[in-house]
Design a protein around this ligand. Structure first.
Ligand code: 13P
Length: 251
C-alpha cells in the first residue's frame, strides 16, 4: 500500500471530561488489536492532555483542531503549534470550513499555520471544500483547487510530502448529506492531479481524506475509492461504536 489510510475524528466543540473519558475508553475497547487505518482523534484543546494520558500505549494519535498563526506572544485565547506538539499532538487540522466561514480565516493565515505545524514536527491536515452554491454554479473544482494552490504557493509543493488534505464539501458537513462515492472520488482525483502536475512523487504519497457526514453505512464505499485515503469524521466520531465501525471500514 503506498498510502496508509487515516481516519480522524474531529470532535469540534463537543464533550466534557467524563463524556470524553467514556468515548476514548469505548474506542480503545472497540478497536482492539491490529487495525488497517491510522487512527487520530481531535479533542477540544483543553482535553488534549486528558486524552493523551488515556491513549498512551495504544495506536491512537491525537491532533489539534486548529492553532495560532503566530509562534508565541500576546495572542489572548490562542493555542500555539508548539503547545500542541508539547502535549503530544502529531497532527493539526487547519482551514476547516467552520474556521473559514465563522472566523473568516484566509488562505494566507492557513498557510502560516501550515508552516508552524511542520516547524514543530507535526503534520497539517489541510481542509478544503466548496459550498453548495459553488457546486451548483459549477465552481467546485476552481474553489477547491484555489484553496489548495494558495497554500502550495506559500509553502511549496514538497511540503506536502508531510501533509494530509481533507476534502470536505461544506454542504455535506453536519447535514446528513454525503457526497456520493463518485462525486468524492472525482474531486479527490482532481486534487491529486493538481498536485501531480507540480510534483508527481508528492501526489502519489499524499493522503486525501473525505469528510462530510461519514457514517458506518457509507464509509466502506467511500474509502474503497482509489483516491480516497480515509476520512475526517465529525458527528459520528462522538459515538465510540460508530467511530470504530468507520475505522474498521478501512480494510
Ligand atoms: P460531519 O461528519 O458531522 O458531517 O462533520 C464533518 C467534519 O466537519 C469533520 O471535520
Amino acid at each position: 500500500m503506498i498510502r496508509r489510510p487515516l481516519v480522524a475524528g474531529n470532535w469540534k466543540m463537543c464533550g466534557c471530561r467524563s463524556d470524553i473519558q467514556a468515548l476514548v475508553d469505548g474506542v480503545l475497547v472497540g478497536l482492539g488489536g491490529e487495525i488497517a487505518a491510522e487512527v487520530v482523534v481531535c479533542p477540544p484543546a483543553v482535553y488534549l492532555d486528558q486524552v493523551m494520558s488515556q491513549i498512551i500505549g495504544s495506536e491512537i494519535k491525537i491532533a489539534g483542531q486548529n492553532c495560532a498563526s503566530a509562534e508565541k506572544g500576546a495572542y489572548t485565547g490562542e493555542v500555539s503549534a508548539s503547545m500542541l506538539a508539547d502535549v503530544g499532538c502529531q497532527y493539526v487540522i487547519i482551514g476547516h470550513s467552520e474556521r473559514r466561514q465563522l472566523f473568516l480565516e484566509q488562505d494566507k493565515t492557513i498557510a502560516e499555520k501550515f508552516k508552524l505545524i511542520q516547524a514543530n514536527g507535526m503534520i497539517p491536515i489541510l481542509c478544503v471544500g466548496e459550498t453548495l452554491e459553488q457546486r451548483q454554479s459549477d465552481n467546485a473544482n476552481d474553489v477547491v483547487g484555489g484553496q489548495l494552490e494558495a497554500v502550495i504557493d506559500e509553502v511549496g509543493v514538497n511540503a506536502f510530502f508531510d501533509a494530509v488534505v481533507a476534502y470536505e464539501p461544506v454542504w455535506a458537513i453536519g447535514t446528513g448529506l454525503t457526497a456520493t462515492p463518485e462525486q468524492a472520488q472525482e474531486m479527490h482525483a482532481y486534487i491529486r492531479t493538481l498536485v501531480a502536475r507540480k510534483e508527481s512523487g508528492v501526489a502519489e504519497k499524499l493522503r486525501v481524506l473525505y469528510g462530510g457526514s461519514v457514517k458506518p453505512e457509507n464509509a466502506r464505499k467511500l474509502f474503497s475509492q482509489s483516491d480516497i485515503d480515509g476520512g475526517l469524521v465529525g458527528g459520528a466520531s462522538l459515538e465510540a461504536k460508530k467511530f470504530v465501525a468507520i475505522v474498521k471500514a478501512v480494510i
